[in-house]
Design a protein around this ligand. Structure first.
Ligand code: ATR
Length: 269
């Protein structure tokens, strides 16, 4: 039976084994999928060993997406632009192929689950780290009207804009005007914080999305509600969407995500 795993550190709370097991049941694919915690310092040797042990592919999560990018023999164009790899697969000739599916996971959540169109929308993204870099190409492919990107550290967001000239970079303090969509890609929610945003960015129709997910609404979602946003979502659907895309790369079959998101949400409660 083909074996897959998610590799990261830590890995105990990962939902990926459950998601891929549900995908396998849904599509009738025969596979095993588990979580493997790797020591922080020995990514390359451990992954080689796991491939030698017969694993067919891996999802890569925090903090190894950059290590995976350095590790692969070949990668997709979108992984090159994102400078990150979250999906590894052994090719028939033994070389290792890498791809990144986070951005497409976000797009699938917007278009298939939330029904939030991106085309012609004025979009604000908060943050300029690896998580944000990974979603920029897929977002730009949807032809938004504008893409403003704000970050605590101006230098970092300006560097990102060097690689993506379509972006308008700024600090949080410099933000003004209202947006159709605001996406939080900072890691502030992890510690229950919200970036210091000026008032007036949100109206009732503004759609607010946190790339993080949790049992309770995130701090960013609570902020959005306070500002009057009627449509908020967390990143659970993005997680399932990126998993679905990895599953497709490995198995050539695309699972449905909506029932899996519902099952996971019920389990989080
Ligand atoms: P990730 O892989 O999750 O993107 P990262 O590359 O470390 O992690 O990036 C974290 C992002 O969250 C950065 O944009 C960071 O801002 P800085 O570039 O100024 O460091 C942002 N961030 C983290 N904590 C934050 C907070 N409390 N308020 C605002 N932004 C925060």
């Amino acid at each position: 039976m083909d074996r897959y795993a998610v590799i990261g550190h830590p890995i105990t709370h990962s939902l990926s084994p459950k998601i891929h097991t549900l995908f396998a049941e849904q599509t009738g694919e025969t596979l095993e999928y588990e979580g493997i915690e790797l020591p922080i310092t020995s990514f390359e040797t451990r992954v080689w060993q796991l491939f030698k042990d017969g694993y067919a592919g891996f999802n890569v999560t925090v903090p190894f997406k950059g290590d995976a990018f350095d590790f692969v023999d070949e990668m997709s164009e979108r992984a090159k632009r994102a400078r990150a790899v979250n999906t590894l697969m052994r090719l028939e000739d033994g070389r290792i192929y890498g791809d990144t599916t986070d951005g497409i996971g976000l797009i699938r959540d917007f278009t298939e689950n939330l029904n939030w169109p991106i085309e012609n929308q004025h979009i604000l993204i908060l943050g300029a780290g690896g998580a944000v870099r990974g979603v920029l190409d897929p977002l730009l492919e949807q032809n938004p009207a504008s893409l403003v990107i704000a970050n605590r550290t101006l230098k970092k967001v300006e560097e990102l804009a060097d690689d993506f000239p379509e972006l308008t970079p700024c600090t949080f303090e410099e933000l003004s005007g209202q947006f159709d969509i605001i996406i939080n890609g900072t890691s502030a929610s992890l510690s229950g914080q919200v970036p210091p945003l000026p008032p007036g960015l949100v109206n009732a129709g503004t759609k607010c999305y946190d790339m993080m997910y949790s049992k309770e609404p995130t701090a960013f979602m609570a902020w959005a509600k306070e500002q009057g946003a009627e449509h908020c979502a967390d990143g659970l659907g993005m997680l399932v969407g990126q998993a679905a895309e990895s599953f497709t790369i490995w198995r050539g079959v695309t699972p449905q995500t909506d029932s899996v998101i519902r099952d996971l949400r019920a389990g989080l409660r």
